[in-house]
Write a protein that binds this ligand. Structure first.
Ligand SMILES: *[C@@H]1O[C@H](CO)[C@@H](O)[C@H](O)[C@H]1NC(C)=O
Ligand SMILES: CC(=O)N[C@H]1CO[C@H](CO)[C@@H](O)[C@@H]1O
Length: 420
């Protein structure tokens, strides 16, 4: 039953504007619908008692009148029930997948069907059926999802990983499972670990479909993100100096950070880790790091795996699929800059806090803050968690594009307190 509890879909629940005010209005409406029906029912059932004699005189006429009334009331009740169900859905702000509509791929229906456990309720988990999970936001992209779920069962999957990623980026996470074989990519010439960490990866063993660039030359010229400027070039450039040689005072060295840790750093999680170099440097120090990445504009996941490292293909909107208090270290850089309302960053920060053990380190690596205000908001948020500041550096770099202003970078190593 262990597999059943891995229902990671509910982490993405996004609630609609169910404000206190609108819920009150909805409740008032529900109440008025119910009371109208009760009055109608009362008026109808009570009146015949006073006129029983007349009913017998004009039975035929009156009966047809009555049945007309009854069907009217039944229709009314039926429509009220539908209204109630709709209101309930709106109150929850959660639309379930409507798989009854036309043009829904049959494979999707089969995948989403609930399966009763053959022996009834499972005594250990208490569940009676297995429910396949799919991100509820998939509903918004039903056409794309149906396209994704259209394939020949047991045949080759379409070469459509980028369609899957498009769905994930629209909140359709987790994706449904499929019953087809992923496009094969021959992984020839993989080097043994730890040589694999720095051995240039062959272009031939990566998937380039659905990407703008078709080779490393193109990728290395592009600024893919703040963490990845030429990050696929392991031989030249800055990539092989990251974390071992500092370029500015907001770049901390891995050995300095590890020296701060108490109780040993053995496993870590890197958020938005580019081509996996942080994990590679940690692997050299016998620390196992999982690198969280999607394939935005580059084949990050396959590249990291080819280096003998662990890529986790998951968007940052998704609750981390790890249990509480398990990591010794979480490393994050500009991937943390989620934008939007401060609450969005809070949800992410609380999730990072959740997976980090007491005494574990949160390494905030050159987080770019657009302005002082952003930096203050972030600082206040971090301080609320009560972490011990082992290192705290605010750096400034002149913004060449925007003369007069300068970019603010925040780097910190923070230790999670033992809360009681
Ligand atoms: C990593 O582990 C190996 C095997 O146990 C050991 O030989 C090596 O010295 C360790 N390296 C570091 C940096 O601790
Ligand atoms: C209960 C009821 O509606 N009774 C009516 C039956 O029909 C006669 C004649 O049309 C009426 O007088 C009654 O009021």
């Amino acid at each position: 039953m262990g597999s059943v509890s891995l229902k990671i879909g509910d982490g993405t629940a996004r609630f609609k504007r169910a404000t206190v005010c609108s819920s009150a209005v909805n409740i008032l409406m529900i109440f008025s619908v119910i009371s109208t029906n009760l009055f109608a029912l009362y008026a109808f059932t009570s009146s015949p008692k006073h006129h029983q004699n007349h009913i017998f005189h004009n039975t035929h006429k009156n009966i047809s009148l009555i049945s007309e009334q009854v069907s009217l009331i039944l229709r009314e009740i039926d429509s009220s029930q539908k209204k109630l169900a709709k209101m309930e859905k709106e109150l929850l702000g959660y639309e379930t997948m409507d798989i009854s509509r036309p043009n829904i791929a049959n494979e999707l229906k089969i995948f989403l069907q609930h399966h009763q456990l053959p022996l009834g309720k499972d005594s250990r988990t208490g569940i009676t059926e297995m429910v396949a999970s799919v991100g509820h936001s998939c509903e918004k992209s039903a056409d794309l999802l149906s396209q994704y779920m259209t394939y020949k069962v047991s045949g080759p999957c379409p070469d459509d990983w980028s369609l899957g990623q498009k769905l994930i980026l629209r909140g359709c996470e987790p994706l449904p499972r499929r019953r087809c074989f992923a496009k094969p990519v021959p992984k020839v010439g993989l080097s043994p670990f730890p040589i694999s960490l720095w051995k240039p990866v062959s272009e031939k063993i990566l998937t380039w479909s659905g990407l703008g660039c078709k080779n490393f030359e193109c990728l290395n010229k592009k600024k893919l993100s703040r963490e990845c400027v030429g990050c696929f070039d392991l031989a030249n450039g800055y990539e092989n100096q990251k974390f071992v040689k500092a370029k500015s005072k907001s770049d901390f060295l891995i050995d300095d950070v590890l020296a701060l840790a108490s109780g040993g750093i053995r496993i870590g999680f890197d958020i938005g880790g580019g081509s996996g170099t942080f994990a590679a440097r940690m692997a050299e120090r016998n620390v196992t790091v999982i690198t969280n990445t999607l394939n935005i504009d580059a084949p990050f996941s396959e590249f990291i795996a080819a280096r003998g490292l662990f890529p986790l293909y998951l968007s940052l909107d998704h609750r981390f699929p790890f249990y509480d208090n398990v990591f010794d270290l979480v490393h994050a850089s500009s991937g943390l800059d989620v934008g939007g309302k401060p609450e969005k960053l809070e949800f992410l920060m609380f999730d990072i806090d959740r997976i980090l053990r007491a005494g574990g380190l949160f390494w905030l690596d050159s987080l770019y803050c657009t302005d002082e205000e952003k930096k203050r908001t972030l600082t206040r948020l971090i301080e609320r968690f009560g972490y011990k500041k082992l290192k705290w550096v605010v750096g400034e770099k002149a913004d060449t594009a925007n003369s007069g202003k300068s970019d603010v970078y925040l780097s910190a190593v923070l230790q999670k307190p033992a809360r009681v």
